[in-house]
Design a protein around this ligand. Structure first.
Ligand SMILES: [Zn+2]
Ligand SMILES: [Zn+2]
Length: 97
């Protein structure tokens, strides 16, 4: 080091400002995650029951609307979705693992 040369000074408090997030956005994100988990739990805990016969578990998903409303037996007799009245063009069998 030459005489008279000063070591560069780093202002200690301006170096630590980056990386601070507004508290509200982190809050919203965790609230959304909680809501999603609660929805998932509700689906897992309460098996869907056919809305037509009210006894058998739901086994068919309607296309294209995507609603889950009826068991395999009742789906055969349906032309339209009981929830949104959309025409059922195809059905997909669903299985809960
Ligand atoms: Zn049924
Ligand atoms: Zn529907």
């Amino acid at each position: 080091m030459l005489p008279g040369e000063a070591a560069p000074e780093i202002p200690s408090d301006s170096a630590t400002v980056t990386g601070v997030e507004p508290a509200s956005s982190a809050d919203d994100r965790s609230r959304l995650q909680v809501a999603m988990l609660q929805t998932e739990n509700a689906i897992l805990e309460r098996p869907l029951i056919c809305k037509v016969c009210n006894s058998a578990p739901v086994r068919e998903l309607y296309l294209p609307c995507g609603h889950l409303d009826s068991c395999s037996e009742c789906t055969k007799a349906l032309d339209n979705c009981p929830t949104c009245c959309a025409q059922i063009r195809a059905t997909v069998k669903i299985f809960f693992a």
